[in-house]
Design a binder for this molecule. Structure first.
Ligand code: SF4
Length: 349
């Protein structure tokens, strides 16, 4: 007779799972929460250096809660989905005021923490049984039980939650949670799964029925509309770049970005709004493309050397380009950071 799902998975985890992730030693609520927020939409290998830098600067909840939002965003620079960083900061302040929750419901009330993340935190930080259903787990369960209705549908979600509930064991909550996430990330991968290494292959319906490529089923996405913009690379004569502070909410909320113009023709009026004047022509400095969840940004980068009146109320700051390349003191959107790194030096020195 085949052993229960969790038993086989845990036996596999003991030998093949990930036991040396930085947030596992020690597994405190603060470290587990931080890692879970960073891991939303982001892979483990990308998260590790960010996690370590974050902990070095903010070793505990009090340090994070007391920080300036700009510093939190600066350390988050490049991880993307910046609402996560803003929510993390707000949640830290709430926990300093009201205490660290001990239940799934309590965690799920904090900004940026959904039901699955809340359960993952409770299971890992307190080793208490809690049922998770993140993207990796959905894929494993949908294949194992051959759930062939679209994942986005409410009925499918209910079915997957019920499967997750049935599979989750009473004991070893932290290990099971890590085990099923590891299985989804390393064996039952997006694309081609490695069924020959899978501990639950014996009764996996997708494998038995030869349907691993078609499961899980996703609704066909409409093509994302393309939004064309112009990013302005404005340099002063001292190797500094002007970065405008974005409004606190919306795309790139609270980050420092190159000023944006809707069109090339509008670039000069944006300059005038900023109280600047060009000292030469505009130059094309390349393209930036970046996919957001609801649209794709296609931006032309226009650069110019500029001079500026000494106005007190600039909606941004000048930053030495070398510093922005090596160690940005402000939070930058990932594509802007990439552009600065690729250029690596002033364009109009
Ligand atoms: S047998 Fe293959 S498809 Fe089924 S759960 Fe394991 S890796 Fe995924």
């Amino acid at each position: 007779m085949t052993a229960p799902f969790a038993e086989r998975l845990l036996a596999w985890f003991d030998h093949h799972g990930r036991h040396d992730l930085p947030w596992q030693h020690p597994r405190t609520p603060y470290r587990v929460w931080l890692s879970e927020i960073m891991l939303q939409q982001t892979q483990v290998a990308t998260v590790i250096p960010y996690f370590e830098r974050f902990l070095e600067r903010f070793p505990d909840l009090d340090a994070l809660a007391a920080a300036e939002t700009d510093e939190v965003l600066a350390l988050w620079s490049g991880l993307g989905y910046y609402a996560r960083a803003r929510n993390l900061h707000r949640a830290a302040q709430q926990m300093v005021d009201a205490g660290v929750p001990a239940t799934v419901e309590g965690w799920a009330e904090l900004p940026g923490v959904g039901p699955s993340t809340a359960a993952a935190i409770v299971a890992q930080a307190f080793d208490e049984r809690a049922v998770i259903l993140d993207g990796n787990v959905k894929r494993v369960l949908a294949r194992h039980a051959a759930v062939d209705t679209p994942q986005e549908a409410a009925a499918t979600q209910r079915e997957l939650w019920a499967l997750a509930e049935a599979c989750t064991p009473a004991d070893r909550a932290a290990d099971y949670t890590q085990a099923i996430m590891d299985l989804g990330a390393t064996v039952c991968r997006r694309g081609t799964p490695r069924c020959e290494q899978c501990p639950v292959a014996d009764d996996c319906r997708a494998r038995i029925e030869g349907r691993t490529a078609e499961l899980p089923v996703r609704r066909r996405r409409k093509a994302r509309p393309v939004r064309e913009r112009v990013l302005l690379w404005l340099e002063d004569g001292e190797g500094r770049l002007f970065l405008e502070k974005r409004p606190p909410s919306g795309i790139w909320g609270g980050l420092a970005s190159l000023p944006v113009s809707k069109t090339s023709d509008g670039a000069d009026s944006r300059l005038a709004e900023l109280g600047m004047q060009r000292s030469g022509d505009w130059h094309s400095l390349g393209q930036v493309r970046h996919a957001f969840s609801h649209f794709e940004l296609a931006a032309e980068v226009q650069g110019a050397a500029v001079s500026h009146a000494a106005v007190a109320e600039l909606p941004g700051e000048w930053h030495a380009i070398e510093r922005l390349v090596d160690e940005p003191p402000v939070g930058l959107p990932a594509p802007v950071q990439r552009l600065i790194r690729e250029r690596g030096a002033p364009a109009f020195a």
